[in-house]
Design a protein around this ligand. Sequence first.
Ligand code: ADE
Length: 221
Amino acid sequence: MKIDILTLFEGMFQGVFEESIIKRARDEKKVEISLINFRDYSKDPHHKVDDTPYGGGRGMVLMVQPIYDAVMHLKKENSKVILLTPSGTPYQQKMAYDLSKEEHLIIICGHYEGFDERIKSIVDLEISIGDYVLTGGEIPAMVLVDSITRLLPGVITEESHQNDSFNDGLLDYPTYTKPREFMGMEVPEVLTSGDHQKIEEYRQNEKQRITEEKRKDLLEK
Ligand code: ADE
C-alpha cells in the first residue's frame, strides 16, 4: 500500500512513523508513506497557501489551488482521496478494514480555520476521528495510518487483530500476565486452568459483559 500525506507540517510525523510497528512495516516495504508539503505546489509568488475568508470572519482558510494541484499530481486510477475534517464521517474500525484493502491513499490534512469548500470536488471520503476539534489534520492522519498499517498483510500476526475490540462489534476481553497475584489481586482461575474450551467461553462472556457495561450502543447496533 502507498500512502501520500499532504501537510504543511511534515515534522509532526517524525517519531510516530519512525518507531515500532510502523517503522518495521515501512522498512519491510509493506507500506510506503510519503509526506508532501502542498506549499510546494502553490502558484503564489510567495508560496502562500491560505487567505482570509470571503464574507469575513476569523482566521485563515486554506486555498484550493495548492491542494488541488498536489492531488492531481499524485492521483492515479486506483487512488482514494481522503479529507480529514471534524465534519467528516466518524472513523471506525470497519473503515480501517475497508481502507486497508486500497492500493493508494492520498490524505489531506487541513489546518487553520479550514479549507476552501471547493477542495471537496476532488475528495472521495471525508473522515473525522471524533467529535472534538484538533488544530489540524496531522494527528488524525497518524491515527488513520496507524490503524490501517497494522491491518496490512504480514505487519502483525492475523490472530492479533482477529480478537481486536470492535472486530465482531464487541469490546475486547481482559488479559493478564505474570505474576499470578499482585497486591492481593488474583488472575481469574479459569485462565490458569489449561482448559481451552473454558477459557474461550470465559473470554466470550467477558466481551459481552464489558460491552454491555461500557458501550451499550455497540450492542444496539
Ligand atoms: N481536524 C480537526 N479536528 C479533526 C477531527 N476531529 N477529525 C479529523 N480532522 C480534524
